[in-house]
Every structure is written in C-alpha cells, then in structure tokens.
Design a protein around this ligand. Structure first.
Ligand SMILES: [Ca+2]
Length: 412
C-alpha cells in the first residue's frame, strides 16, 4: 500500500515538472460586488448609499450605520481560486469617505489581514488565525484626506500610504510603523502562540475590512473599491454597492449599471432606461408663493424630473410689497439632483444666474411638500451639503414656509 502511494506521488511530480502550466495558475481578474445582503459579514452594520461611489467603482457604496461594528471576510480562495501568502500580495488599496479629516476624528474603515494557523506557529493555541495584521487610514503617511471626499488608501502612494503592524498581541499601530513592502519582509512576533515566522511565507486566511467596535456607535463613514493585486498580476476588485432593487436615474443604467440590479433585472441599458422613464417623477410648480422671515412675498417656479436628474429652479421676490426696496432679487439654479419620497421632493443645483452677482456659484438645496398642506424649505449651501441633503432627504436649514398660492406637483 505504501509503495502504491509513493509511486503515485512520484507520478504526480513527474507530470508537474513536464507540464508547468498545470502547476501554476494563470493570473485571474475578479470583479466582485458586495451589497448589504451579501454573505461576507460577521457583524453587518452597513447601509447602501445610492449614487455615491469611489472613482471607478460606480454606482453606489456602503456606509457604517452608526450603530455597531461591521466586519467582512474575504478568503484568497474565494477571490483568486487559490491559496495566497502575504508575500504573494503586491499591492492593496481601498477608498473611504467621511465627514471629517483623520486629524479631527481618526475613526475609519480599517483593513485586517489574518493568516492561517499552521504547524510550528501555534503548537498550543486553538485560535482560528495565525497572525493578525492591521492597517488604518489615520496612521497613513503624507495624509491628504479632505472631509466629505473619496480618499484612496494604498500600499504604494505618494499620499495616504498605508502603514502595517501586527496586532496579534494587542498592539494597534502607530505613526512610525513600516510600509507594506518593509512589513512583509519581516517576521511575525514570537509569543504565546509560538515562534515568529516570516510574514511572506504565511498563507492568508482572510482580507477583512472592518469598523471599530470602539467608535462604530457614531461612525457613518463610507467604503468602496477594495483592490488587491498579486505579484503574478492577478487582481481582485471588490465593488461595494447598495442593494440595487431598481434604478432611479438614467445615470444608474449607464456604464454597465443596468447589470447591477438584483430585483428589477435588465438585459441591456435600453431596457433599464425604459424602466426609469416609466417610473419617473416630475416635480414642478409655477409661481409658488410663500413668505420667509418677513412679510415680503417670494415666488418659486421650478420644473425637473428624477430620471434625468435635471431641471431648473427660479426664485424672485416681490419688492413691490416693500416700499423702498430697489429691485427684485432673483436667481436661477441648474438642478442636478432630485429625490422624491411620497409627498416630498428634495432637489439641489448650482446658481447660474442672479440679480446679485455674489449668489452665482452657490448651491441651493430645496425641499417641497405637495398636498393639502404645501410647504417649501430652502437654503444656500455648498455643493457637498446640498447633494448630501438630497440623497439623505434631510431638511434645508431654512423652513418650512407655508405656501400661500400656487400648486406643487410631484407626479409619476
Ligand atoms: Ca461602489
């Protein structure tokens, strides 16, 4: 029996040496989409963010729900169909977006890499992993991390270059830890789990984006676009996406977006756009009159729709009712975001023309309510706040102001 096993092993080795292509897998390129309902989570406290994605990872992203920790786990086998050592990893990058810089608030999505336990490393431990390796955005070198923007974190980069550390024994990083190339050339820590072993030889168990249990209760930052490249050229691109039940805008259907829907499904972009047009909302009002902070009547005329995410908003106030006021104040905004929820519509756009030159370039964020009780809210703000307001269906800073004449239409 032993002899038969030996001879079959010999046979296998001979075959491998004559046919190297069978022994070494070709580079693979994997594109994986992860949504809030994917099966990669232990703690799952993510929500989808529609129409907000890192560059190259349209159409949406995920954010922490501000309640509790999220941790997701990707095995190299699921990504690359083979075992991968830390030494096989050439580069890693991912994107995050949050409401403050890391100097103001360190909290962000971090990445852990767990290696497999193996003989010699863990003679007595029953732990499910061998070595735990961490990297966190706020420790990155040459930080360039504007708030409310997508910032890329990478193993090799002039800015936001990730540093790596081993957290197996409770060390959680510093501003002096090495870059990835230096780190993976080192040896894991010796300790209760066993002797140190060269990191480069250790097979990876999981790549694991996580939020911290310490700050997850208030953290609502976004993540998108985890990219892992191996030294053989293989690339895994993990696109974090909202659960796509149905498209809302023409843009949702473009650049391959039509194929990402999981409830309504589409064979091509044209069918997707037809669906969007069939479910389009038009938001309009002609000479809607209201007052705000004074008795001066103000008038709004607007027309836009959700499918195209475009239209206009025109404002003019009524100096005829205010003796001595020199002229009408007016402005027009080019609307570029529209969101409808029941009797309410939220929209935003850049002011392109005004009787007050300083108004041009502002963003206006407006909410309107149709029905028996008609209201309007509206404020000048910056682009990011305006677009976030539309997306999150929040209230503009000013309002509600009761509509005294005119009819607000929000019609499908
Ligand atoms: Ca995405």
């Amino acid at each position: 029996m032993l002899k038969r096993i030996l001879s079959s092993l010999t046979g296998a080795i001979v075959i491998a040496s004559f046919v190297p292509a069978l022994a070494y897998a070709a580079p693979v390129n994997v594109n994986l989409t992860i949504t809030p309902t994917s099966t990669v989570y232990d703690g799952n406290h993510v929500v989808g963010v529609l129409a907000d994605a890192a560059p190259g990872y349209s159409n949406s992203s995920l954010r922490s729900d501000g309640v509790a920790k999220t941790d997701m786990y990707f095995t190299p086998e699921s990504l690359f169909s083979r075992q991968v050592t830390l030494g096989d990893v050439a580069s890693i990058s991912y994107w995050t977006k949050k409401g403050s810089t890391h100097t103001v608030t360190p909290a962000d999505w971090f990445l852990n890499i767990y290696t497999k336990p193996y003989a010699g490393q863990l003679p007595t431990s029953s732990s499910w992993y061998g070595t735990r390796i961490g990297t966190e955005p706020y420790f990155a070198s040459n930080l360039s991390d504007p708030a409310n923007s997508w910032n890329k974190w990478a193993t090799s980069a002039a800015t936001n270059q990730l540093r790596f550390y081993e957290s197996t024994y409770g060390y959680f990083g510093s501003y002096t830890d090495p870059d990835f190339a230096t780190f993976k050339a080192g040896t894991s820590l010796t300790g209760a789990r066993g002797p140190g072993v060269a990191y480069a030889t250790q097979p990876i168990l999981y790549f694991s984006p996580q939020t911290s249990s310490n700050d997850a209760a208030t953290f609502t930052g976004q993540i998108d676009g985890l990219r892992i490249q191996l030294s053989d050229g293989s690339i895994a691109n993990i696109n974090f996406e909202a659960d796509n039940t149905a498209p809302y805008t023409h843009q949702d259907c473009k650049n391959g977006g039509y194929a990402t829907y999981t409830v309504e499904t589409f064979k091509n972009q044209g069918k997707c756009i037809k669906y969007v047009n069939d479910h389009d909302y038009r938001v309009r009002g002609n000479n809607i009159t209201y007052t705000a902070y004074s008795t001066m009547p103000r008038h709004a005329t607007f027309d836009m729709n959700t499918a195209s995410q475009s239209g206009f908003f025109h404002y003019v106030d009524d100096p005829a009712r205010i003796p001595g006021q020199p002229a009408h104040t007016k402005y027009t905004a080019k609307i570029s975001a529209v969101n409808v929820d029941g009797d309410f519509a939220y929209f935003a756009g850049k002011v392109t023309d005004s009787s007050v030159p300083a108004f041009v370039g502002n963003w206006v964020f407006v909410k309107v309510q149709k029905g028996a009780t008609q209201n309007i809210w509206g404020s000048f703000t910056d682009q990011t706040s305006a677009l976030n307001g539309v997306q999150n269906k929040s209230n503009p800073a000013d309002g509600p102001f009761a509509v005294t004449s005119g009819t607000i239409h929000i019609d499908q």
